[in-house]
Ligand binder design. Sequence first.
Ligand code: PMV
Length: 354
Amino acid sequence: MTHNKTKEITVEWTSPSNLAIVKYWGKKDIQKPLNPSISFSLKNAVTTTRVSAVPSKQGGFTFSLDGNKKETFNAKVANLLKMASSTLPFIIKHHLTIESSNTFPHSSGIASSASSMSALALCLVDLQQIINCEIDQNMDLQMVSEIARLGSGSAARSVYGGWTIWGETPSIEESSDNYAVKLPNIHENFMQIANAILIIEPNRKKVSSSQGHALMNNHPYGEARIKQANDNAQQLLKVLELGNWNQFFDIAENEALSLHALMMSSNPGYTLLHPNSLKVIEEVRRVRLEENLPVGFSMDAGPNVHLLYPKREESKVLFWIESNIKPLCHQEEIIYDQLGDGPEKTNLIKLNGI
Ligand code: PMV
């Protein structure tokens, strides 16, 4: 936190992207999910956001990503600020300068909205606490998650490290459609999960996630999907406690393929898969079955494939990636990541040597 004579207050947070194993697809009300989703936070794919607040009667904000004005994000930020202002009233009495940077390329298919909206929500709640002189209080992460959700649904899950669930689920009493909660009792195996992100095609998506979510309203398989996701969430919760990799891969792959099947069977239908996405899927299943390599896949709403494997088997998996997978990637690009510990606040006072 820094203060100067103009009463400018600046905070900075770094927050991770996350990968959902049970996917959020389709929404109701204000960005609430049609079904529960379960994800883990990444370690290396993070957004750092710095927000400076200066008292102003008009309010308002400027937003930049990696030093450039970003119109596509402006609408999301404006929406989040508008909806968060009833909980965080300082927003309408300050002008905010919001500067963000990602550690990963924008085109990589990593959910940058999850990390950027969660980093922004952390900064906003922190600023409100400072203005209220509540700096000694612990941050209410459920409140942060709820505010992050208003910017982007998946961002609700990025405010914690490790594994989280978002969406009401009977077996997790504290679970909610309003915010994500951290999952306890995760088997050691899944705290050591690695994720290699294969860049199959770096171009922008033909159909955005927002358009895809909207197509779940009146989807012919809508009800069946809600049941499937609830069943998969229930199964995954057990698997995460017990530690079985093959059962884990079955659920992750069923969810990834179902997500793409839902896109193909919506009206209008569309596909985001690339021929090489399918080649990777075939090869993952072959090597697991024939060579017993513990590797599975997940996918989000795009052509890139997320390989999942135990960190301790990394050398074997990397050897196989190098020979059989790399040639299928765009310019052989792969981003290596793993489960991470969640958001961190930058100590600006120390940083500036004040
Ligand atoms: O948060 P959004 O609106 O970008 O939606 C994300 C949807 C998926 O990434 C496909 C699934 C998920 O749960 O993250």
